[in-house]
Ligand binder design. Structure first.
Ligand code: NAD
Ligand code: TDX
Length: 349
């Protein structure tokens, strides 16, 4: 199989490419993997270190909205599957700059889809999120039939992209799939998201800005389990279908629990935690029912959260130059300008 991976220099995309080379390659016969990534603040060539040693791998810097580039790549590389990871992915940023989410997540997806469909690329997989379903109360879980009800410009833009992708199936019979996954964690996650931000802040004895009461619930999935699910959907999924992907009930944690688990692993004091002003439109709880992908494609999560979190903390301990380079760069200026001020309103732990 010859696969175009867009957004492959980001967190999940780079882990996916590495997973494919190291573990999934023989099973799925990925003879060629091309990464197309525009290297936004979240894209990082260091995430792909070592992969260029494989003759089957190629990196191309470019935007998914560049139809000419996408077209020439798909033709030249004789691609038979497109997996679209490219996105603006951070909810907090979507509050500050929603237009950039519309441009990449909606327009970009449609450009990629148009060209893939015109060239009759056999499979197109859209990597989406459980956030499109909105927020849950204390019980229940999202199923594929749950009406979409996004809360942020991020999740609204992802929901719009899902609808455009599914419309290509309904209108043209183009063989698309949409996957909707819960929160991922693992190595190479940009330190703006909860887990890597709190690990790296705690390592540097910096405060951990916990939004609101810290009791919002997320269901956590190790990024390698996500990669496995994506390949199962790509190769065995029914065209035109949505598949939910999640970590199961035991992976559902309040943010305060995740925070305490990180502090315990690092042996850091809980007074590093600062309750700050809540995120606007903050979804209270996500939980995913993954029985469809389990029954149809035999997928289930394999990494228990406690094991995966320990391994992830170890990775950040062993790869300090990776995240220190990010934290000393442009990103930190953005973070300090927009978020660090929240700590001024902190109400203790
Ligand atoms: P990320 O922000 O780490 O990576 C996104 C990548 O896309 C970056 O490398 C960036 O340079 C690239 N990119 C952005 N705009 C582009 C454009 N116009 N053209 C080409 N490349 C572009 O994001 P992530 O956390 O790895 O998420 C990947 C995908 O998975 C996204 O579609 C996201 O919505 C989805 N998802 C993420 C999670 C999660 O927990 N992180 C959960 C479910 C779904
Ligand atoms: O500093 C923080 N303090 C805090 O309390 C940050 C960054 C987050 N939080 C809270 C907000 C959420 O309840 O932690 C939870 C997780 O936040 P994020 O890591 O920003 O993830 P989330 O908003 O849940 O979205 C993520 O999962 C679904 C990804 O960023 C999305 O791309 C994905 O679709």
């Amino acid at each position: 199989m010859r696969i175009l991976v867009t957004g492959g220099a980001g967190f999940i995309g780079s882990n996916f490419v590495r997973w494919l080379h190291e573990r999934g390659g023989s099973e799925y016969k990925a003879e060629r993997v091309i990464v197309l990534d525009s290297l936004t603040y979240a894209g990082n060539l260091a995430n792909l270190d070592g992969l260029d040693a494989h003759s089957s791998f190629r990196f191309v810097k470019g935007d998914i909205r560049d139809a000419d580039l996408v077209q020439s790549l798909l033709k030249e590389e004789r691609i038979d599957a497109v997996i679209n990871f490219a996105a603006e992915s951070h909810v907090d940023r979507s509050i500050l700059d929603p237009l950039s989410f519309v441009r990449t997540n909606i327009e970009g997806t449609q450009v990629l889809l148009n060209v893939s469909q015109e060239l009759e690329i056999p499979r197109f997989l859209q990597v989406s999120t459980d956030e499109v379903y909105g927020s849950l109360g204390p019980t229940g879980a999202f199923v594929e039939e749950t009406p979409i009800d996004p809360s942020s410009a991020y999740s609204a833009s992802k929901a719009a992209a899902d609808m455009l992708v599914l419309a290509a199936w309904k209108t043209h019979g183009y063989a698309v799939s949409v996957t909707r996954c819960t929160n991922n964690y693992g190595p190479f996650q940009f330190p703006e998201k909860l887990i890597p931000l709190f690990i790296t802040n705690a390592m540097a004895d910096q405060p951990l800005p916990l939004y609101g009461d810290g009791k919002n619930v997320r269901s956590w999935l190790h990024v390698d389990d996500h990669s496995d699910a994506i390949m199962k959907v790509l190769t065995k999924g029914t065209a035109g279908e949505v598949y939910n992907i999640g970590g199961g009930e035991e992976s559902e944690k309040q943010n305060v629990e995740v925070t305490q688990a990180i502090l315990t692993i690092l042996d850091k004091p809980s007074d590093l935690v600062k309750h700050v002003e809540d995120r606007l439109g903050h979804d209270r709880r996500y939980a995913v029912d993954y029985s469809k992908i389990n029954k149809e494609l035999g997928w289930a999560p394999s990494v228990p959260f406690e094991v995966g979190l320990q391994e992830t903390v170890t990775w950040y301990l062993e790869n300090q130059s990776w995240w220190q380079a990010i934290k000393s760069g442009e990103y930190m200026k953005f973070y300090e300008k927009n978020y660090a001020g929240k700590l001024d309103t902190a109400v203790g732990n």
